[in-house]
Design a protein around this ligand. Structure first.
Ligand code: SF4
Length: 329
């Protein structure tokens, strides 16, 4: 019997996590009738999480623009004329003021993003001070700074970094159409350094970049087959920014986005799946379906690095409407 014909074989046993997902199995999940897929995703979700809780993170761009990389979706690349000005690294006090405000708004995790290919050592000193300061406020800390060496990852760990974000973005096959300045293997190596340093991994990707379903399958299959599942899996919908190579990309069907979230939930049952970029243009109904499909984290705040995100009031209204509450750290 094919896997597609027997979807009951596709949900991992509650006790064990699988790290050997084949593309055929992931494809079979994507191909399930939508009600069946949602039922399985919600069942998996309930076995591992309180379905009424959503983890709230706030993301601050601590160093904006002027990035030498060529990620085709990114307004911060110096190669594209997007109107984003290159700025210097923020001062420690200003970062801590933002972190305090995020905490007061209900965030449990504070993520700091810098538009670098990889941090220079003197920049890392400054970021380590920020991590220490944010941690002292009682927030979980997360950073996304580009590629890291093993010693850099250890330094961040020693300063109190809880999570490091480094996305795989898409499938290995489609990757070269989106980024040419670093390889898929480079990304996997940074993830190894982060994991070996004892930092939790935040790693996901972006959909709606013109990839095929097969690429979405490939991306999830790689993520779910990492030696340890990322503790946090952001699934982003492309935000089309004028001036970037992907500005004119056609929109992905929202149901396909929900399917991607559901398959991530089923294959990585204990990971927090984050409904990340792209919520600004998403209907409340689509977001509600994503929560049903097992998404249990969002970014809170009016801006995601340089692109718009729903305001805090809009998010609070939606969470109230759906009866969702913030997850404790
Ligand atoms: S995604 Fe990150 S690495 Fe890529 S261009 Fe943007 S800031 Fe640079």
């Amino acid at each position: 019997m094919s896997l597609a014909a027997d979807p009951s074989s596709l949900v991992p046993a509650a006790a064990g996590l699988r790290h050997d997902w084949t593309r055929e199995e992931v494809r079979a999940l994507f191909d399930l009738p939508f009600p069946e897929l949602m039922f399985r995703a919600q069942s998996t979700h309930r076995e591992n999480f309180d379905p009424a809780e959503v983890q709230i993170s706030t993301l601050l761009s601590i160093k904006t623009g002027g990035c030498p990389e060529d990620c085709g979706y990114c307004p911060q690349s110096a190669r594209y004329d997007t109107g984003v000005e290159a700025e210097k690294l923020m001062a420690l006090d200003a970062v801590l003021a933002e972190a305090r405000a995020a905490k007061n708004s209900g965030a449990s995790r504070f993520c700091m993003g810098a538009a670098w290919r990889s941090p220079k050592d003197r920049d890392l000193d400054a970021v380590c001070d920020m991590v220490e300061g944010v941690k002292a406020l009682g927030l979980e800390t997360c950073a996304t700074l580009g590629m890291l060496t093993a010693p850099q990852a250890r330094r961040l760990k020693n300063s109190g970094l809880d999570y490091y974000n480094h996305n795989l973005d898409t499938s290995p096959e489609f990757y070269g159409a989106i980024i040419t300045t670093r390889t898929y293997q480079d990304r996997l190596e940074t993830l190894d350094h982060v994991r070996e340093a004892g930092i939790h991994v935040c790693c996901g990707g972006i959909v709606g970049m013109g990839e095929t379903r097969e690429d979405r399958i490939g991306m999830i299959a790689v993520l779910a087959s990492l030696p340890a599942h990322p503790e946090s899996v952001p699934i982003n919908m492309l935000v089309k920014v004028s001036g970037t190579p992907l500005a004119a990309e056609s929109a992905l069907d929202p149901i396909e986005f929900v399917r991607t979230v559901a398959v991530a939930r089923i294959t990585m049952p204990r990971s927090v799946v984050r409904l990340s970029a792209g919520r600004e243009d998403m209907s409340e109904e689509t977001q509600a379906l994503c929560f049903l499909a097992g998404a249990n984290s969002i970014f809170y705040g009016p801006k995601l690095l340089t692109t718009p995100n729903p305001g805090r009031d809009r998010d609070r209204d939606l969470m109230d409407k759906l009866g969702l509450s913030p997850m404790e750290p």
